[in-house]
Each structure stands twice: as C-alpha cells, then as structure tokens.
Design a protein around this ligand. Sequence first.
Ligand code: IVH
Length: 720
Amino acid sequence: MDKSEAKKRTRPTERDQAFGRVLKLRSEIARLRSAYHVENAPGVTDDVYDSLTRELKILLEKYPEFTDENAPENRVAGKPLDKFVKVKHQTRMLSLNDVFNEEELFDWEKRIKKLLQGGEVSYFCEVKFDGLAVSLIYENGQFVRGATRGDGFVGENITQNLKTINSIPLSLTRRGVGRSGSESLQARRGEVNGVVPAFLEIRGEALVSKKTLIKLNIENEKKGDQFFANTRNVAAGSLRQLDPQLVAERKLDFVAYDLIEANSLQTLLNHSEKHAYLKNIGFKVEKLEAKCKNLSEVIAFIKKFEKIRPDFPYGTDGIVISVDNLKMQETLGVVGKAPRFMVAFKYPAEKATTILKEILVNVGRTGVLTPLAVFEPTLVAGSLVSKATLHNMDQIDRLDLKIGDTVVIEKAGDVIPKVVEVLIRMRTGKEKKFKMPEKCPTCGGNVEKLKISSGFLQPSARTFPVQKSSVSPRSVAFYCSNPKCPAKDERYLEHFVSVFEIYELGPKILRRFKDEGLITDAADIFTLTKEDIAPLERFGEKSAENIVEEIKNKKKISFSRFIWALGILHVGEETARDLAQHFGTLEKLISAVNHNQTEIDSIENIGPAVLKSVDNFFQDKNNLNFIKKLQENGVVIEKKEKRKKGKFTGLTFVLTGTLSGMSREIAKEKIMSLGGKVSGSVSKHTSCIVAGVEPGSKLKTAEKLGVKVLNEKEFLNMLG
Ligand code: IVH
C-alpha cells in the first residue's frame, strides 16, 4: 500500500462524517427537547430546533442505516417538572404535523380525501399562537383544574397560576342565543339557558402580547436580566413560576381553540361550531378565523394573514387548518401523536442553522477589512442564504465564532441575514479559529490595526479614512494601508451608485466598465453611451439602452444624498442630512470651509471629528475637481430639501440600540413622516434620544447633556 492510499483510508469518508453529524444532531436535539418540555426553558426558538431536525431527517433519508428506533427523535418528549403536581390528561394532548408550502398542503388534501373516499371537504382556518398549550377542566361549569401539555399524556397542574389570567372564566354560563348557529346548537343539546355540560375540557393557548414582551424586556434590561426571545418564552417562563403573584404581574392572556367533551360529536357538527360555542360560554376566541370551502380559500386566508402578521398583537407561527366536519375528523383519526384532520401551515422560518464553511475578507471603500461568513446555503425566510457579513473582528470574538461551527442565522422579512449565535454544543473539536490576514487580500498591501474609540479615530492613528458606521465603539479595525488599493475604488463606485440609486450598475458591471476603460471615476458614469456599452460581450443593445436610460433618470439628486454620495469620512446618511439642512446649498458649504466658518457650535448635531473630515475633504483640490466634473457631466442638485409638516416638526431625534418592534429604517421613516428630523449624533440641539436594546455611547452623551431619553414603549406611544 503506497502512502497516498494509506492516507485515503485513514481520512474519514463522507459517510463517516455524516454519521458523526447524525450523532451530534441527535444529542443536541435531545437536549433541546428536554429543555423545552421538562424545564420549560427552550434555549433556542422553534425555528432553530426545526432546522436541526430537518437536517437530521435529510441525513437519515440519505443514510437510512443510521436510523435508530430508540433514538431521541423517535421518542415521545420528556417528563413534566417535579415541582408541580403531575396530572394525567383524560384525552391525550396531541401536536400538529407541519406543512411548509402549498404543495405540501395539496398532498395533505390528497391523503385525507383518499381516506374519506370521496365527497367535498371544507376547512376551518385559525391563527396558530406562539404561547403555551394548556388544558382547562370545568365541572358543572366551575373551573377546577388547569394543566400544561407536558408530554401529551401527563402535564403539570398549574391551576393557581391560570387563575390569575383574567380571560380564563372561573365559572361558565351559556349566554342564551349568541351568534351563528348557537340557537340550533342549543336545541340539539337540549340545553336550557344558563346550563353547560357537567364536564368540559377546554384547550387553548396561554400567551402574552408583543407589547408585553417589549415591556418586560425593557424592564429586564434595566435590571440586567436576560431577554425573552419570544412571546412563548414569556408564557412558558411565567406559568412555571411557583408564586402565582409573580404570574399575575406578567399580564398573561388565554385564547381558546378547542373543546373536548365526552359526547361532543353528538351535539356539535363542525370545528367552527366549537369556536362559536366557546365564545358563547365566555371564552376569548380569536376573531381572525375562516370557514373555507376549499384549499384555494385556505391559501387566500394564509396570504391575508401573512400581510397582517407583523402587526398582529400576538406572536404567531402559522395557521392551523382543520377539516371542519367533526364526523370526518373522527374518521380520519390520529396517527402517532398528531391528528390526520389538522395541520399547521408554517410561514418561512426566520432563523435556521447551517455550517460556517469559511470566512472571506472584503476590503471596503475606506480600506477597512470586513469579514464575510460563507456557509452551506440554507433556506431562511423564504430565500436561500449563503453569505452574511460579520462586520468586524469584534463580532467574531463576541460570537466566539470558528470555521466549521454550526451557527444560527436570522433573516426577518427583508432584513439582511446575520449570524446571531454559535451552537457551541455542536462542536467536534475540529473547528478552526479565524485570524485576520496580515496582507490585504486585494492588493497584498500591509494590513494595519487601528484602535477606534466611540466611533472616532484615536489622535495617534494615521488619518486613514475609516468609516464610522463600520466599527463599533472601542473596537479594533483592520485596514489595508495601501492608498492605491484597487478595492477601495471599487467599493467607492458601489457606494456612489447605490446612493444615486442606479440599480442597473451592480458591482460586476462596474468592475467590467473599469477594466474596459469606460470609466476611471464615478463621474464618468454619467457620460456612458449606448455605443460604449452595447459592443461589450454579454451586453447587447437592450441592456445598454436600459443602463443609459437609468443613469439619465438619476442625474437629479437631493443635496443631502449628494453629500452622502461623496463618501466623506464620518459622513453617513444622517450626518449628510444634517449638513444639507444647515448649509442649504453646496456653494455655501464650500464657501464656509474656504472662509473657515465651519464652527462646531453653530452646526446642529455635528461633532468635531466630522467637521475636521468635512474641512479636509473640501480643501482637497482633487475632490473639488471631482465635484466640478460631476456637475459638468449633468448631475444636478435639487433645490430644496422637502420636509413634511406634522407633530414632530421642529424635533430632532437620535436613535441608538436595537428596537425590538421595528427596524431602524421604519423608525426613521415614521419620524420623518411626522415632520421630525433624525440625526446620527447627539448634541444640545437633540430633542430626544430613543434608546433600544444595547444602546451605544450616544446614550451616555445624551444623559450628560440632559437630553430626554425615551424607551421603545414611550417612543411607540409618542408615534401614536
Ligand atoms: S389546535 C393537535 N389551534 O400548536 C393539537 N393549536 O403544534 C391541536 N397552537 O400544542 C391544537 N395555536 O400549543 C391549535 N389555534 C390553535 C393553536 C394551536 C397554537 C399550538 C398548541 C399546540 C401546538 C400544536
């Protein structure tokens, strides 16, 4: 056997690696299941758990020989807590099978129709809440016992805690003839007004609103406690409290969704009637529900709710779809721990797990090296994600990220994907630490380290342009020290076209135009003609025409965006807006610099470091020539900055930290739509600072200056 053959034999095969991964996934899934069911303290969200389970399922499909009937994924979940008294459920509390898209929904319909042997099936749709499932027992109309789901067979008796929830009635009475169907229903039951069956079991979800989640997290932040990741964690965590007094403070709510009664099938015909009945006897039932004649109507409901979902007051994770007819439900029955007659439609996950394959390093327009995570492509919020910026070395250290790690990535709606967590327990010991390169990956120039304090350069550091927004307070920036590094030019071009909103010119096209000699700087973009572009390979008449047309349409720009596009050190979008407000025109700005009139105190929200870099920029002849060239090539600065009038007119806001209920962009838009200004830095002119989670140094400055500080809730109230 030669050496290379020996090496091949000792190297693990793909199958060996898969087996190792299966074992890792199994143990982590088992741990998470126990955390969820036994301790009621899920360490991760459902998305993360689902993602790991999906990976395991795919691996087992590929390698069926690794299947193990006694493995945790094939066992019923854990035991209830010892602290609460255990309760055996009279009827098992089931869970639901998930469907993730329309195709799976149609497959489900095909399966059930086959079992029902013909006939039309109508459905019932309702919201799937992100809380904790509980069972409530009523004897002779009195609430006698409430329990958690536990493992489905045995739960925990949490009656005292549930009694603190106002929406759980302590005694039930029929309210006479209510809405839809209750009159005939009552007749069918032979009930007299005011009487409910001797035994009733109600199932539903204990939950908190998103507003309560925000409020609790703000309080937790003040106390230095950990944040609740979602509404379910609050509900679960609260109901685990042994002291009902503490539970009462949490403002829990209860929404009923099912009714279990020994002889229910003789009296109620449809699942929708159950809901009507629940409402009638005093339970809160979600208004957003629909009887659907077919799956097209079900899909319409799913789409309708998807639009409302971000603003829905409660956390949700999908839609529950049931076969409406209860006789049909009985025929279909239960397989394993889930009914055949009900499924949960899950909206695309906003979090998923994947493996970090490598970390690439990009050079930005200011020369800063930015690490970029590259992972196994994975589906998050409906799109395939394979890369995410890691911003800087601090971020890598904070996450304790290593190459080969299993990571959690998050992408909510349109938000850019980010790595939020490392699943340390998934490590095998083969993960590698990442080091920033010593040479620039683009030009081979020396990489230097720069200490950044509060977003500004240390005085001793060389005045190499470092963009404030790319580094966090007191972090270390790595940058390429070669002033001629081509990556900087490229990134500047990308920044320029993005501020001018010339979407046809992506990074690849810009690089191509530069390589072909069509442009030497950003101003040349505005002289490009169809004849320049069309002859290039892979372009053609039509795309050349589109590009030229788009550039022509984007020649007009507001003053603030023009300033932003110049790429002045420390001048991002918000600071550019402040400068534009103060000076009004480019001429005035340049003349103020020439006459040394850019005085610190006179300019709202602008600090010394920004002013210094603005001065430097406009004193540089090359920059003035570049501006002249832009104007000669047809770029026009629009005269007046449009500002809406509203209740925030005259107020300047500064945002710091993360808001849990809305993105920063939306918050800015809302402020501006009410006539307010948003600034990037705090000064004595700031009216108030909105402090989200993990606020930056701006909060300290605001407190020093006596600027009013708003928390997220106060800010939301102010928005109205
Ligand atoms: S029906 C067979 N309706 O989802 C169990 N469940 O995955 C049927 N859930 O444990 C329950 N909202 O905690 C149903 N409107 C709703 C629901 C709902 C949330 C939860 C419940 C259950 C889990 C099943």
